[in-house]
Structures are given as structure tokens and as C-alpha cells.
Design a protein around this ligand. Structure first.
Ligand code: AHM
Ligand code: MG
Length: 336
């Protein structure tokens, strides 16, 4: 069988769009190289003095892991020179990252979480890089402003993640289905392994940090109780699986079917809207879920329709198999 790399896959798609300039391919190529560099460090993390924390606290008030910091720097340094971006937003930086004057600019915007699930790094649990790509839509002023970046998820041009797991995979969508590529370390390329991924219509898994049960609102409690209750017609009770690493939890559910939930949490004043960030985490995952035939909601609104008010806005997230997310929508609608 002929093995197709990510770039070949992209180029084949571009042939179908003769006006394509190749800039998007350039963007993805740089991102893939960044991912390979991060993968190299993640895979030898135990050998080097890269585990543990830097001692700094990031914009979210969390302790920055050394590998987070490394991954963040790799992506920023590579992508700022690519000549296709006008700005970046990283989960690790409070403000958006402009392109330094000495480099050419383009009209793409890259939003990313350099190493999601980093609390798991020291235990050798799978972690991931999440990315989201937009285009700048207004050109009435020269300099990019925050307003250019606050676009709703449905405006994404592409989204994806790299999962550093038992094998390293890249899963992405450019609005034309979801495709998965597995890194073959012997040739150093991501090869097409999961073409046109579809999430099962209904899953058998629910994923949530149930330790926070008492801090949830009534609909969320009822939803989780629903997935745990018996009903042979819909295969309930579902299995509970929670890694605590969004990319890994989402990826497993994408392949097997299921629902991932990170609801609002009344205990922690920082989490009235849950923990996950709309732009860096929820919106890209929502685009992938929808492109694979699934759904993503905050309980009421479609994630991709939410207009962000700030770069690091958080949002409750219910994402996965269509019929399972519909259960969530029904419980919230009934409670309204
Ligand atoms: P991070 O971006 O700081 O790594 O936090 C996000 C992670 C997600 O990967 C995961 O779903 C969630 O935090 C787990 O949170 P909790 O430990 O509260 O269950
Ligand atoms: Mg994260």
C-alpha cells in the first residue's frame, strides 16, 4: 500500500482547489515540524532534566511545566518565521503574540495549547498539542488587534491535535472530514492511518471528573446519572473512562464513541464556566467532533457559535457522539 504523508494529503486536496496559494500547506508543514520536535523531547523526557516545573505561573494561575514551556517556545519560534501568520494566541501567554517586524506576515491566525494535559507529564500519561487556524477578516487597520482574533469557532479554517501517546498521531480537519496520521519514527513522517474518521452515533463511554459531582448544577448531575443508569436498549450503563488529558480522552471517544464532559464547577471561583478554554481547547475540538459527525455544546449553545469575549475565556464542554450530546441538550432544555 502506498503511504501518504500529511503534506501529500494536503497537496492532493489543493489540486482540487486551483486557486490555493500553498500558504496553508506551508503553515501546516511548519506546525508538523514543531510537533516532531516536541515529540522528540516528550519521548525522551525521562532521560533529560525536562520533567518538573519551571517555577513560573502562567496566565491561568497554573504552574508551568518545563515541557509546556519548551513546546510553547518551539511553536512560537518556528511559526513566527513561517511568513503566513499575522498573530498567534497561546494558552501559555496572556496576550496575543504579534509577528516580529523582521519577518513577513500573512493573514492566518494560529491559536494553540502547546501541551495540553501537562499535569500528567511526570506520570508518563499521554498529552497533546491542540491547534486552531483562522483567517484575519478585517484589514481596515494595519496592526492586528484582539478584535481580529475573537472569532467564533465556526470561522475556523482548520483545527487539529497531536497526541503523544503509545504512538504519536496527528488528527486534523480542514473542513473536509477528519483525518488521522501516525508518526512513523523510522522515516520521521506522519502517515495516513485513519482516513475520514467518523465518531459512532452513540458511544458506550462517558468521561468526566466525577470527583467534582457535588459542585455541578442539577442538569449535569442528572446527565451523569443518566449515563450510569441501566437501559439495555441504549447500552447503559456506559463505561467510565477519564484520563484527565483532554486530547487523550477526546481521541479515545472519537475512535470508540462516547461523550467527554467538563462542566461548570461552582466550588472554584475560577471555574464558573468550567476549566477548558473556548479558543485554545473547546472550539478546535468542536470542529473536529462536528466534522466527524458528532456534536459539541456548552449545554445550551453550539460551541462553534459562541462569540468569544476574551482570549482566555472558559466554557463548559460536552462533546462527542451525536446521540449522547443530544441527551445533554435535552436535559438542559427540560431544566430551562
Ligand atoms: P491544561 O491545559 O492546563 O493542561 O488543563 C487542561 C486539562 C485537560 O487536558 C483535561 O481535560 C483537564 O485539564 C483535566 O482537569 P481536571 O484535573 O480538573 O479533571
Ligand atoms: Mg490545555
Amino acid at each position: 500500500m502506498r503511504q501518504v504523508t500529511v503534506v501529500e494529503h494536503l497537496l492532493l486536496r489543493q489540486k482540487e482547489r486551483p486557486m490555493a496559494s500553498g500558504r496553508f500547506t506551508r503553515l501546516l508543514t511548519e506546525l508538523i515540524l514543531s510537533a516532531k520536535i516536541i515529540d522528540r523531547e516528550v519521548s525522551k523526557a525521562g532521560l533529560l532534566d525536562v520533567l518538573g516545573v519551571t517555577g513560573e505561573v502562567n496566565v491561568q494561575g497554573e504552574i508551568v511545566q518545563k515541557l509546556d514551556d519548551f513546546a510553547n517556545r518551539v511553536i512560537i519560534r518556528r511559526m513566527e518565521r513561517a511568513g503566513v501568520l499575522c498573530a498567534m494566541v497561546s494558552e501559555e501567554n496572556a496576550d496575543f503574540i504579534p509577528i516580529p517586524r523582521q519577518y513577513p506576515v500573512g493573514d492566518y491566525i494560529l491559536i494553540f495549547d502547546p501541551l495540553d494535559g501537562s499535569a500528567n507529564i511526570d506520570a508518563n500519561v499521554s498529552i497533546g498539542t491542540i491547534f486552531s487556524i483562522y483567517r484575519r477578516t478585517s484589514f481596515d487597520q494595519q496592526a492586528v488587534s484582539v478584535g481580529d482574533l475573537l472569532q467564533k469557532g465556526s470561522m475556523q479554517v482548520a483545527a487539529g491535535y497531536i497526541i503523544y501517546g503509545s504512538s504519536t498521531m496527528m488528527v486534523y480537519t480542514a473542513g473536509n472530514g477528519v483525518h488521522g496520521f501516525t508518526l512513523d519514527p523510522s522515516v520521521g513522517e506522519f502517515l495516513l492511518s485513519h482516513p475520514d474518521i467518523k465518531i459512532p452515533e452513540r458511544g458506550r463511554i462517558y468521561s468526566v471528573n466525577e470527583g467534582y459531582f457535588s459542585y455541578w448544577d442539577e442538569p449535569t448531575k442528572n446527565i451523569v446519572n443518566h449515563f450510569k443508569s441501566n437501559d439495555s436498549a441504549t447500552g447503559r450503563p456506559y463505561s467510565s473512562r477519564y484520563i484527565g488529558s483532554l486530547v487523550s480522552d477526546f481521541h479515545r471517544n472519537l475512535i470508540y464513541g462516547g461523550i467527554f464532559m467538563y462542566p461548570a464547577d461552582s466550588r472554584d471561583l475560577r471555574k464558573p464556566s468550567g476549566k477548558l478554554r473556548l479558543m485554545c481547547e473547546a472550539a478546535p475540538m468542536a470542529m473536529i467532533a462536528e466534522q466527524a459527525g458528532g456534536l459539541a455544546t456548552d449545554g445550551i449553545r453550539r460551541i462553534l457559535d459562541i462569540e468569544p469575549q476574551e482570549l482566555h475565556q472558559r466554557v463548559p464542554l460536552f462533546i462527542g457522539s451525536k446521540q449522547d450530546v443530544e441527551v445533554v441538550l435535552k436535559f438542559y432544555a427540560d431544566a430551562a
